[in-house]
Design a protein around this ligand. Sequence first.
Ligand SMILES: Cc1cc2nc3c(=O)[nH]c(=O)nc-3n(C[C@H](O)[C@H](O)[C@H](O)COP(=O)(O)OP(=O)(O)OC[C@H]3O[C@@H](n4cnc5c(N)ncnc54)[C@H](O)[C@@H]3O)c2cc1C
Length: 440
Amino acid sequence: MLLFIHRKDLRIEDLSAFDYIYSTNMPSLHLLILDPFLLKNKRHEAHSGINFLQHVTRLQELYIAAGKRLHVIYGEPAAVIDRTLQALAIQEIIYQQDFTPYAIHRDRKIKEIAAQYNVKLTTFIDHTLADLADYHRYSGRTEPYKVYTPFYRKWNEYLQSYYRPPSAVTLADLKTVELDAGILESFPLPFDLKAYTPAAEPYQVLQQFLEQQLPAYVQTRDQYAVEGTSSLSKSINLGAISIRSVYEALLLREHAAPWIRQLAWRDFYLYQSVYSKDFFTYEKLYDLTSLNDRHFTSWYKGETGIPVIDAAMTELNETGHMPNRLRMITAMFLTKNLLCPFTLGEQYFRYKLSDYDNTLNRGGWLWSSSMGFDAAPYFRIMNPVTQSQTHDPTGQYIRKWLPQLKTASEKEVHLPQKNAIVDLKTSRAAAIEVYKNILR
Ligand SMILES: Cc1cc2nc3c(=O)[nH]c(=O)nc-3n(C[C@H](O)[C@H](O)[C@H](O)COP(=O)(O)OP(=O)(O)OC[C@H]3O[C@@H](n4cnc5c(N)ncnc54)[C@H](O)[C@@H]3O)c2cc1C
């Protein structure tokens, strides 16, 4: 019997692991392990945890509809696997690889357990569009790409030749088996999964986006009051929709290039997480003691007195969503004008963003704080007022999230309030000096 563990692949089709299981013709036990470490600090009540658990209940329903069995277990992954290997004659464990520091540490422990029981481990990588190791070989480089545009050009060329279409094998083709009730009882869930309504069907979200928003995406993607983007990140990051199916749906469409470029940014950050040794440790490379947390609370509560910042943080706190341009503006404001270490903002987004992804979130924060590959130059600091005037001239977005500014004039709505916690001009000048020293 095989043991398959779902991770950031919460779907039942186009999985390399399913192709493999099918090829063996063996029955498989399917687990989804809810890891207490990843759900600590009441994460199951935060937007990021809720989105994850809604995708778990969607997956459960897909299994039931296919007449198959998925076991959702709460416990430390190595302990759950140890107990399962003790009880059942498992020959092989199969799962997706992940490259975050915690995932590497967790998988090292799983490897040790598997070795103790003499059980084979087989892993796959399905969450990127380009097979990163193969892409790296194809690029012919010894050093990884550090700049996005040449990475993207080669990536496009690579996909045209080596793109692997989605697989036809689905869960319906596999023989799943039941887990012993005793094991399930040893790892009870600390909350009621039924309380989480299943996530929206991502393939329908994709279809709707392609038909209604894709043609104008290049104009509307930064007009955050319009909601011109796909909102698919919260499903893509959990593998609830296959990234290959997304790409396949774009292949014969007009106007697809600007959106594909965004998918390439995703691969670029995932590539860095593998090929940049400093990606997860930049904060240790620099002396950040000139930064402080003085204004952090005002920032996260949306009480800075800069309307676009306060509106964006209010939307995030209330809904778990924030459009990309506003993530850039709020992150740059925190790290530059407020001189706060990027790691504090990164941690805050970890709980609050529905689409939270460790690698993409870090990539966004590194960019904003001028660290890492192809980051924003330290002297180019976005002005939140100018950004607001450019991307939402009538102030529609600010009026929606800050009712106290509902009736402000089109000029006033963007301007710093009397109680603004910093002056934009002087804080910008100070930030340039501080970051010049940090990055020296
Ligand atoms: C400070 C900061 C933090 C961020 N944290 C996250 C995060 O935790 N999770 C996350 O998924 N994205 C993150 N992003 C990237 C980006 O903001 C979101 O991917 C995007 O807003 C998702 O909305 P969408 O699905 O409607 O995107 P669309 O515009 O429809 O784009 C399609 C897809 O392309 C990818 N994509 C788009 N923009 C980016 C980008 N800038 N970087 C990488 N991939 C991108 C996503 O997979 C997205 O779903 C962050 C950006 C910043 C600046």
